[in-house]
Design a protein around this ligand. Structure first.
Ligand code: NAD
Length: 268
């Protein structure tokens, strides 16, 4: 089996990467940066986000596993002291694959430029380089509201515990193929009105954002942030692709939520 390892690049992560590489090669696995079957991410959730974006063109064939060298991560749930156990499990090649939904982001431009299409593992946000973002929100082709505020955040179920949670969005179990639109500081008074709650959209529904003010927008896709000029619309939907995680043991999603946000008693 072919593997690759990504490290956060701190001393501990690099040291663990070196020993995992040695162990896996001793077990006969082949290091292959181009076309790995399994990618081990050593660091934190941010390292796994980088790993996902490096291999997002291989979603149907690559499986990810994360080891955390800081606090427990949502995607990085193995501990440094478990490295031997983890590499032995990888070498035995017997793992289940758990798939989580992804978000598809399509940005269309005004002057016939090709659209940009992205996949997000956590979320995509839209903000204005001016103070207030003003966007018309369409759901399935029908006008829903005119949003005024700091921005909008569309998250995946596994990203619902990240930025979305800080915005008061719901935590969504990743077995649900859905995406969630959360407001970032909307302006609500007698003149301007938004729904004020997060919206959870199922598969096959779409959300289109159409600029009312200004054609340029800051759009994030996970940790990546770009200024897009001359934007005509931004479309969000549940992606056809999914991320695949290699599971060698059970660590249910709600246990991870509990360990991360309530107390670490249930951490394994
Ligand atoms: P980072 O890797 O330092 O991540 C920031 C924090 O978010 C870390 O504590 C990380 O463990 C946590 N995190 C990431 N994904 C998570 C998930 N799915 N569930 C729970 N926690 C998660 O910083 P980065 O590399 O810039 O990562 C980008 C991510 O940071 C974005 O995808 C966004 O979700 C998050 N973020 C959060 C806020 C906020 O909470 N106010 C603001 C901006 C960005």
């Amino acid at each position: 089996m072919k593997f690759f390892i990504l490290s956060r690049n701190d001393d501990l992560s690099n040291e663990l990467m070196k020993s995992a590489k040695t162990y896996l090669e001793d077990f006969g696995l082949i290091l292959d940066e181009e076309n790995p079957a399994i990618v081990l991410s050593i660091g934190g959730d941010g390292t796994l986000l980088h790993a996902f974006h490096k291999y997002k063109h291989l979603t149907s064939s690559v499986a990810f596993v994360g080891l955390h060298t800081g606090h427990l991560g949502f995607y990085a749930d193995w501990k440094p002291e478990e490295i031997e156990k983890l590499v032995i499990s990888i070498a035995k090649k017997e793992f289940e694959v758990t798939e989580y939904p992804l978000l598809e982001v399509t940005i269309n431009y005004r002057h016939g430029e090709d659209s940009s299409i992205y996949l997000a593992l956590n979320e995509s946000t839209v903000k204005s380089p001016d103070v207030t973002l003003v966007m018309d929100v369409e759901l399935n082709g029908v006008h829903f509201e005119r949003f005024r505020g700091d921005g909008l955040c569309m998250s995946t179920p596994s990203g619902s515990t990240a930025y979305n949670k800080a915005l008061g969005g719901a935590i969504v179990h990743p077995s649900l193929e859905a995406i969630q639109l959360a407001e970032i500081a909307s302006i609500n008074n007698r003149v301007f009105r938004t729904v004020g709650s997060s919206l959870i959209l199922p598969k096959h529904h779409s959300c289109l954002l159409k600029p009312v003010k200004g054609p340029d927008f800051m759009v994030t896709v996970d940790h990546l942030q770009l200024l897009h000029k001359d934007v005509q619309s931004i479309k969000y939907r549940v992606a056809d692709e999914k991320i695949r995680f290699a599971r060698f043991r059970t660590f249910p999603f709600w246990h991870r939520v509990h360990s991360s946000f309530i107390d670490s008693d249930l951490e394994i």
